[in-house]
Structure formats: structure tokens, C-alpha cells
Design a protein around this ligand. Sequence first.
Ligand code: PMP
Length: 422
Amino acid sequence: MTSLTDRKNAAISRGVGMTTQIYADRAENAEIWDKDGNRYIDFAAGIAVVNTGHRHPKVIAAVKAQLDRFTHTCHQVVPYENYVHLAERLNALAPGDFAKKTIFVTTGAEAVENAVKIARAATGRQAIIAFGGGFHGRTFMGMALTGKVVPYKVGFGAMPADVFHAPFPIELHGVSVEQSLAALKKLFVADVDPGRVAAIILEPVQGEGGFYPAPTVFMKALREICDEHGILLIADEVQTGFARTGKLFAMEHHNIAPDLLTMAKSLAGGFPLAAVTGRAEIMDAPGPGGLGGTYGGSPIGIAAAHAVLDVIEEEQLCDRANQLGNRLKQRLAAIREKTPEIVDIRGPGFMNAVEFNDAKTNLPSADFANKVRLNALAKGLILLTCGVHGNVVRFLAPITIQDEVFAEALDILEASILEARS
Ligand code: PMP
């Protein structure tokens, strides 16, 4: 009989990578069961999508109620009230003490595309500055903004013009905030007139690039540079949003408001929905019909997102993220005593990561990180790696994870790291 993996290889483009061979059958909160009844603890959460857990009862109830009313009318043709209401809620919740407006789209990449379109329309400028190691999606502009060539840009030809990259400050890799800011200033001297720059985009905590938080001094400096030159600041909170970092949005850690904020993933707890929220006058720059899309703000995603926002508040998931993150970081600190390969443990709230170097060469070791991942998988814990060197294991468990399941996962994690040493 042909295995599912063989069928998948025959039917699906290899361009869609797969990190496990588990075929999901059902999932609940932080657990997934496969077709053969094997049970896994899910520390990937569909890549940061189910912060509120798989099939949160409130999210499912909201979606079921919506399914019984209508599933699609296209908001641009026959609008619906809960789309307007969700925009009102996000406008109130997003950082920034000013009038805001929102648009809904379907994916994180689309949110980034639209933020760039809006920034260009509002400023009448072209250029966009992003950072090395940043990730902003697989569409053409998202890909151009992404600061990693393999696998994201290889073979896809010319990127959209007028995209520039500066190095992201990561002390651990020898790039200080001062060096990063100096490189940005050099960009203005050598490559692009700041008067032509529409926006600077960054993730408050780099996600795919390795879970590196942007220091507050850096964020403040960027805000000042933007204000000095009339450049818009775009915070890409697609991965950091919705309580993951211990705040609803990671920008709240810095007390700095971006002009535009992109969100997706955990916004709708497992249903496709993304958004751009920003200063009202900037959001209004594109003309009617310039923004939108057939499925943008699907009634199903919108219904789910209302429930997600309720759950985050009712279950105090920001506090819970901080508690879980502290427990995880404490456990990793204890494992570090016996593991010279661990060179860093980091991350705000429950957006945590552990970074590995080779114990002999002290160079980043993707091999060690991958061993940890595979050991954990064999023991029933799904982990993800990340980082420009691939040497980081990141943790994205649902913030609703039950204490006993979390404790079990920490034991598996410890065993998997220690086993990778032998
Ligand atoms: N921006 C960031 C910061 C992301 O982490 C991602 C997805 N990993 C994206 C954009 C793209 O989102 P999507 O895959 O939904 O297009």
C-alpha cells in the first residue's frame, strides 16, 4: 500500500516544506492525535496560530453560530456588523492614543503587502527598509522584505525594487544597537535618501529569524528616526500578537505606537484572518477600491476573532503567558547547568527560545537544535526550530495549555536536550 508520505510526495509540490510526518486526525487545546491514535503535545500551535488552544470551545461556538447564519457575502458587496465591530475593538486595543482604522485580509503576508501599499499611498514615497533575519511572508513584497535568502528568495527572480535591509541588533551575534543604527544611517548616506523612504518595517520580536527581541532603546531610536524624516513605522505583529509576549501586542512592552500594525495568526484562533490597524488618516490614504479582497474579513474568521479577544481577557492569557514563560525559562536554566551547548535562553512572555552552539567549536549548531527537535518528536512533543543559523528551538505552545500537560512537555524537553548530547 502506498504510504501517505509517498502520496504526499507524488501529489504536492516539494516547495511546501513539512517538518513532521504526522497526519492530524483531531486536536484539542495543546494536544494533537494522529490517524493512528498517537498523541502529541503541540508546542508549535500551527506556527503561533492557536494561542487560545486548538478548538477553544468559545471560538468553536462562535464559528458554529456564524455558520448557521451566513458564511460569505463579501464585505465589499454586502457588509456585516461584526466586521465593523471587530475593527472598532482592534482600533481601541492597538497601541497608540490616536484615532485608528482597520482593514481585514486573510493572511499575514497579505497584511504586510497592504501595510506597504497604505504606507506608499500615505507618504507618496517608494522605499521600504526592513531588517536582516526578518520574516514578512512569501508573497513578492513579503519575500523582498524578508531578510533571509535560503529558502525564501532562491529561484524566484527579481524582487520588487526599493527594498533595503539594515542589520537587526543581536548582541549575541556581535551586532549592537549602536552598530545597527549606524548601518541604518549609512544606508541613508550610501543607498537611499530618507526623504524617499515610506516606511521602516520590523517585528518587535523576530520570529522565524530566531526569536530575538528588539531592545526598547532600539525601538525608541527607530521611532525618532521615523519622526525626523517623515517615515512611517510598521510593526509586524503577525507572530508576536495576541498575548504571546505577555501583552496583547508586543509593542506595548516599549510604550511606542507604530503608525501601522500588521496582525494575523492567533487573531482568529485557527481561522484565516489578518488585519492592518493604523492611524486613521494614513489608513484612509488609498482610494476606495484600492484595498480589500474577496475573502478579506471572512465572517467565519471575524466571528472567531471576537471570541479570541474575549478568551484572552476572560482567561487573563497575558498573565498566563508570563507565568508559563517563567516556568519554561527556569527549567531551561536548570538544563543549561548540564548543557554547555545552550548559549542563550530568552524571550518575553511565552515567546521563548533556546539557542545552541556546538560545544567544541562554539559555532551555531543547527544539527544540535534539530536533534533536540527530533528527539522530542519521537517522545510525543512537537517543537519548531528557527533562526538564520537554524540553531534555535522556539516554543509556541498554546497559552491555554493545562498545567499537567505543560509539566509533561518540560520533562520531554529536558530528556530530549540531554539525549542530543550523547
Ligand atoms: N510576518 C511575520 C512576522 C510572520 O511570522 C509570518 C508567518 N510566519 C508572516 C508575516 C506571514 O504570514 P502568513 O504565513 O500568514 O502569510
